[in-house]
Design a protein around this ligand. Structure first.
Ligand code: ADP
Length: 307
């Protein structure tokens, strides 16, 4: 059945060391990466849209053109005169990656400052995805604007999906971080956390404990990603089930979680059971981490792991 997915958050300009001082430009960000992988694997009668705010400058126009080129709609994206997208640089030293960010003044921080636009985008969608990074970058007084719209979406029967994607450096005060992430989870009916983050910041001793904690917040469905151990699913009305990862030749783990999210949501939308969708998504994630970069072309993924 046809449908539409909306992903809400920040896409940044990525500068990666190429040769010597040469830099290669790309575009990435957790919620955009998830939209990208959802688009790769959703049926063609589904649409995918990205929701953010960008500037009216050349960089913003190039980013929108890039997003459109991946088959993702940009019609709901707000453009704000005088602002620009955030930017990050990947440093490579002896195979180890580190990151520098210029995002404190990015346009995306204002994405929830136009509630009517936000509501229209959400109302046009069947599945709505957002993350802890989406919440972390927002001006504090607009977190509630976003969550109000997401709660409304959940109440009206849409699938509202939250990946806590915990980045303590974006948050400052840990107590506010935990409280806001919990509020994000309560606005969702499917939460897709990564166990190592949850253990580090919420003290969970096991994947089971992470599931139980989100269920106690009132979340119906939980999918806990656990790196090379795979994923554990608790979907209302179904048995709790563990789906093992598939062996991967790890080149670059960037986007493991995002590609899992996108592929999983695509297959759920297409009518797979959660266990079937996860069995597909662990293969996609394993193929993605076999390549450099966040956004891997479909033809590079398909032959090895997916068909
Ligand atoms: P995140 O990138 O959000 O931290 P994880 O590291 O938990 O997410 O990885 C997400 C998914 O990617 C896992 O559930 C698993 O399917 C796959 N994955 C991650 N690391 C490996 C690995 N070393 N080998 C095989 N699969 C992996």
């Amino acid at each position: 059945m046809a449908g539409s997915m909306l992903s809400i958050g920040e896409c940044m300009v990525e500068l990666m060391q190429a040769e010597g001082d040469m830099l290669r430009k790309g575009y990435a960000g957790d919620t955009f990466n998830t939209a990208y992988y959802a688009r790769l694997f959703l049926p063609t009668d589904w649409s995918v849209d990205y929701f953010t705010a960008v500037g009216t400058d050349i960089v913003s126009s190039e980013m929108l053109a890039f997003i459109e080129n991946t088959g993702i709609g940009t019609g709901h994206i707000r453009r704000i005169e005088g602002l620009m997208p955030g930017l990050y640089m990947i440093h490579l030293k002896e195979g180890e990656r580190s990151f520098s960010y210029w995002r404190s003044a990015s346009a995306a921080k204002l994405l929830a400052e136009d509630p009517e636009r936000l509501r229209a985008a959400i109302e046009a969608s069947d599945v709505v995805f957002f993350s802890g990074i989406t919440l972390a970058i927002l001006a504090a007084n607009t977190v509630e604007t976003l969550l109000t719209e997401l709660r409304r979406a959940r109440a009206s029967g849409k699938r509202v999906v939250f990946d806590p994607n915990i980045r303590p450096r974006l948050w400052g005060e840990p107590a506010r971080m935990r409280a806001t992430l919990e509020a994000g989870a309560r606005a969702a009916n499917l939460v897709m956390p990564s166990f190592d983050d949850e253990a580090a910041h919420f003290g969970d001793e096991s994947v089971e404990a992470t599931i139980d904690r989100y269920r106690a917040l009132g979340v119906e469905d939980v999918a806990v990603k656990d790196g090379a151990r795979g994923v554990t699913l608790h979907f209302t009305g179904e048995e709790r089930v563990h789906v093992p990862a598939v062996a991967a030749a790890v080149v670059d783990t960037t986007s493991a979680g995002d590609s899992f999210n996108g592929a999983f949501l695509a297959r759920l939308a297409a009518g797979d059971s959660p266990a079937e969708a996860a069995a597909f998504a662990v293969r996609v994630a394993a193929a993605v981490i076999g390549h450099h970069g966040a956004l891997i072309r479909r033809d590079k993924l398909v032959p090895d792991h997916i068909l």
